[in-house]
Each structure stands twice: as structure tokens, then as C-alpha cells.
Design a protein around this ligand. Structure first.
Ligand code: PEP
Length: 267
């Protein structure tokens, strides 16, 4: 059975095609980004069981997208402006411009942007709306800090991020939203959430989306796990019923290790 047929707790089968996305953060000059993308291309060419996405830095997006044209690898930006209208917004790049550069996806609200660049749930909400109106798929990141988990607040924090971040999105909009649960304590630390911890939070996220947008949408929404995903832990994470893919940082920088993660069904 293909892993993308997921059994929900009430034993219905849902068709959520997994997404494996690589976040290259602020790594790789243009030439290196192109080399890695081209090295990855044949390694994941037969990965029909999932969608493959890579997120290079802004300056590499157009070239990487052009070199991957016709392949099964999609290109995401790591951030975007909160509006599409041209204007006096020095240093900003609109979702429409990302689309123009060949992106199909954009990561919004990554914890590094929330922690170090002033991203808030309100800006996540505005950026998500702008991304959707430009025709992009938005990968909306949520996740608690270690201190919040330790005092038992993880679920409340993540629920708050979702309710505010997805506020005002229609049921139709939600078809192009992917949620990435990334516990901040697991990002780049080598500490992965256990499959049980991931499943527990993913189940909670799905329940939250059912509360805001209805069960039908919740059952269709892809929820990715992110936080020290590696070739040796992806299969167990993916075996959890509500884990629909992964957002991978460090292990996506090398084509070979990212390809092993993408091809988790065969390793
Ligand atoms: C990330 O950057 O979204 C991430 C999950 O990083 P890492 O896989 O390195 O923990």
C-alpha cells in the first residue's frame, strides 16, 4: 500500500499526497544551488509517491526554477512580502514576483523568521493571503518553543498560531495551504520529536483546522513535520497517520541525503 493512503482514526482512507520540502535557508551561492538542484533531479525522478519541493535563497530562485523546468521538483521561496501591489517597499519581494520567477510554493512564518525577524501571526496571515492571491501554495509554519512545551503549553501555542495565521482564509483557500509543524527545540538541534510527539501534535493541528474550516478540509490538509528530519528517521515519522510529509533543513543541503529522505519508501 502506498503510504499516501492514510487511515484516519475512524478508519476512513484519505488521499493526502505527501510533500517532502527542503529548506536551504541562507546557504549556497547561485552555482552551488544549481549544482545541488541538478544533482537531485535524477535521484528523485521516480518519486511519484510524494511532491518534492526545494527552497533556495531568493537570488537562486529564477535560475534553479528554470533548470528544473519539466522535472518533478517544485521551487519555493523562504519568505515573501505581505502584498502583491507594486510600491515603495524597499527590500521586499512580493508573492507575484516569486511566481514570476518560477516559484510554485512559499514558506511562511518559519520559526527563524518569527524569532529573529519580527514575524508575527498577523504577518503570517497577511503573507498567506497575498501568497494565495498570487497563485502560490503557502507552507505555513507553526511550532512551540521548548519552554512552552515544558510548561504544558505546546498545544495552546500552536492552536493560537493556527487560528490567527489562518484567520479569514476560505475553505477554497485552504486547498493551497500546507501546514508545517516545526517544534522550535527540534530545528537544527539534532533533537527530533518522537513519532508519538509528532503524531500527537499533528492530530491536534488537524482537530484545530476541523474547528476553523470543517472536517472535510482538515482531512485533506497536508501537515508536514520539521525538526532534524534525517534519512534514518523519516520512515518512522511518515508511518504516523497524521504526518503527511516533512520540511527538512540541514539534511536537504546535500542532494544525496535529501533524495534518501524523499525516497523513504524504498530505503
Ligand atoms: C527547517 O529549517 O525548517 C528545519 C526543520 O531544519 P532542520 O531540519 O535542520 O532541523
Amino acid at each position: 500500500m502506498s503510504l499516501w493512503l492514510k487511515y484516519t482514526p475512524d478508519f476512513k482512507i484519505t488521499m493526502r499526497k505527501p510533500v517532502i520540502a527542503g529548506n536551504w535557508k541562507m546557504y549556497k551561492l547561485l552555482g552551488e544551488a544549481v549544482d545541488t538542484a541538478l544533482e537531485l533531479k535524477p535521484l528523485v525522478a521516480n518519486a511519484n509517491h510524494c511532491e518534492v519541493v526545494i527552497a533556495p535563497v531568493f537570488t537562486a530562485l529564477k535560475t534553479v526554477a528554470a533548470r528544473l523546468d519539466g522535472s518533478n521538483i517544485k521551487v519555493a521561496a523562504q519568505n515573501c512580502a505581505s502584498q502583491n501591489e507594486f510600491g515603495a517597499h524597499t527590500g521586499e519581494i512580493s508573492p507575484a514576483m516569486l511566481r514570476d520567477a518560477g516559484c510554485s510554493h512559499v514558506i511562511i512564518g518559519h520559526s527563524e523568521r518569527r524569532q529573529f525577524y519580527g514575524e508575527t501571526d498577523a504577518s503570517v496571515n497577511q503573507k498567506s493571503k497575498a501568497a494565495l492571491s498570487a497563485g502560490l501554495v503557502a507552507i505555513v509554519c507553526v511550532g512551540e518553543m521548548l519552554a512552552e512545551r515544558e510548561v504544558g503549553n505546546a498545544e495552546t501555542v500552536v492552536k493560537g498560531q493556527l487560528v490567527k495565521g489562518l484567520d479569514g482564509l476560505t475553505v477554497g483557500d485552504m486547498e493551497r495551504i500546507i501546514i508545517a509543524y516545526e517544534p522550535v527545540w527540534a530545528i537544527g538541534t539534532g533533537k527530533t520529536a518522537t513519532p508519538e510527539q509528532a503524531q500527537e501534535m499533528h492530530g491536534h493541528i488537524r482537530q484545530t483546522v476541523a474547528g476553523t474550516h470543517g472536517k472535510e478540509i482538515a482531512d485533506k490538509t497536508r501537515i508536514l513535520y520539521g525538526g532534524s528530519v534525517k534519512p534514518d528517521n523519516i520512515a518512522t515519522l511518515m508511518s504516523q497517520p497524521d504526518v503527511d510529509g516533512a520540511l527538512v533543513g540541514g539534511a536537504s543541503l546535500e542532494a544525496a541525503s535529501f533524495a534518501q529522505i524523499v525516497n523513504y519508501e524504498r530505503t
